[in-house]
Design a protein around this ligand. Structure first.
Ligand code: FAD
Ligand code: GLY
Length: 383
């Protein structure tokens, strides 16, 4: 799907330079807008850098989140075209791999839990297959012989999110977008119900439209009336990466939900030999410390699913803060403050949802028209 938008010379300010702010900025700058992104630190180094890059609307589905499922499926289908456009505009590869995802049951309890997930996927009419452990090992030979059942989801893919951050920055700048790094937005200026600009370094910068895309910090910026402070909070994820070596090179994304343990794990092999492993899901406010227990759970789950990882060198450990909303779905579109647009709260799916968010928010700003796609995700659903 490609949205054809009119050209525009609107002045747009975007607060936050993660994948969401950069994606929207790139699309708007290409359409002729004068776009400035203000980023408090280095662009793309918060949740967007911490992520694993899974594009998993089917594997990560929750039965009661159907609107989110539809949005995720739509965005996942946009990925091939998005990648072609982004790689062409940036002249960089983003490591998109359309190779499917295996969801495995490590022990008997896990397999039973997997059965419930499969039932939900069937009721939602998703294209996934129930397979045996033997069949799973034909797809991914490094899986443990203990695995007796798996779900094979051919349509859940992955991208290298860090490469996508770098490509978005390059493509945005190539389109004449201006990126102000190390420049925190101190306040959004709202006068008589209308957003007029932002305060940075003690100066008021005016614009026709302000987009709030500050991830889990989106309700932490002065100036917003209470009614338009988005209900987002940080949800911590601990992660680590191993270096894959000859004989221990995974091809597919593996997910291993754990029934008895606090942390489900996933393994995401990247083109550059990194095996990204995640993630805890912790309500710890803005605490970003790694913990022994967190890393232990990740390593135990990973080793039980793929015993061959035991000798692989550890490359990196890190944490990230997901921007969680009250109903786990993003907050997109217009608000009761004129000229203030929200693009935040993408929680566990912000990499997946980048194309649909960028295209839909850009289209809203360029045409003034609200689409059916983002209508269910407006801030007003919480009031
Ligand atoms: P961020 O990347 O956090 O960017 C927000 C930016 O706003 C930051 O750079 C911040 O510095 C800036 N900012 C904040 N306040 C201000 C201010 N006052 N002024 C200026 N700038 C400001 N999603 C998937 O789809 N697939 C995955 O596999 C996946 N795995 C994940 C694993 C982990 C451990 C985590 C933490 C997240 C994962 N996610 C995944 C979710 C995804 O990373 C996020 O939903 C997405 O990155 C959100 O993007 P964002 O641009 O809104 O936020
Ligand atoms: N979507 C994977 C995560 O948030 O950990």
């Amino acid at each position: 799907m490609h949205i054809h938008n009119p050209r525009s010379n609107k002045r747009v300010i975007i607060v936050g330079g993660g994948v969401i702010g950069l994606g929207i900025g790139w699309q708007l700058a290409k359409a002729g807008c004068a776009v400035s992104i203000y980023e408090r630190d280095q662009a793309g180094r918060a949740a967007s850098w911490a992520a694993a890059g899974m594009l998993a609307p089917h594997a990560e589905v929750h039965f009661e989140e159907r609107a989110l499922l539809r949005l995720g499926v739509q965005s996942c289908r946009m990925y091939p075209e998005w990648v072609v456009e982004l790689e062409s505009d940036s002249q960089m590869s983003v490591g998109y791999r359309a190779e499917g995802t295996l969801i495995v049951g490590v022990d008997r309890d896990d397999a039973r839990e997997l059965g419930h997930l499969y039932e939900s996927q069937q009721l939602l009419d998703l294209k996934v297959e129930w397979i045996t452990g033997v069949e799973a090992r034909e797809i991914e030979p490094l899986l443990s012989p203990k695995i007796t059942a798996a779900i094979w989801s051919r349509d859940d893919h992955q991208v290298d999110n860090r490469a996508m951050v770098d490509a978005l920055i390059r493509a945005y700048r190539n389109a004449h977008g201006i990126l102000h790094e190390n420049t925190p937005v101190e306040k959004i200026e709202v006068v008589n119900g209308k957003a007029e600009g932002i305060w940075v370094k003690g100066n008021l910068e005016e614009a026709d439209v302000i987009v709030l895309a500050a991830g889990c910090w989106s309700n932490d910026i002065d100036g917003l009336p209470k009614a338009v402070q988005p209900p987002v909070r940080p949800v911590k994820g601990q992660m680590l990466a191993l270096q894959m070596e000859e004989g221990i090179v995974l091809q597919k994304v593996i997910r291993a939900p754990r029934a008895k343990y606090p942390t489900d794990v996933y393994l995401v092999p990247k083109d550059n030999g990194r095996l990204v492993i995640g993630a805890t899901n912790e309500e710890m406010d803005f605490d970003t410390r790694l913990t022994a227990g967190g890393l232990f759970e990740l390593l135990r789950g990973t080793w039980e699913a793929v015993p061959g990882i035991y000798d692989l060198p550890v490359l990196e450990t890190w944490t990230g803060l997901r921007p969680g909303s009250r109903d786990n779905a993003p907050i997109l579109g217009e608000t009761s403050v004129e000229n203030l647009i929200m693009a935040t709260g993408h929680y566990r799916n912000g990499i997946l949802l980048t194309p649909v968010t960028a295209r839909e928010i850009a289209s809203l700003i360029l045409t003034g028209e609200n689409s059916e796609t983002i209508a269910p995700f407006q801030l007003s659903r919480f009031s």
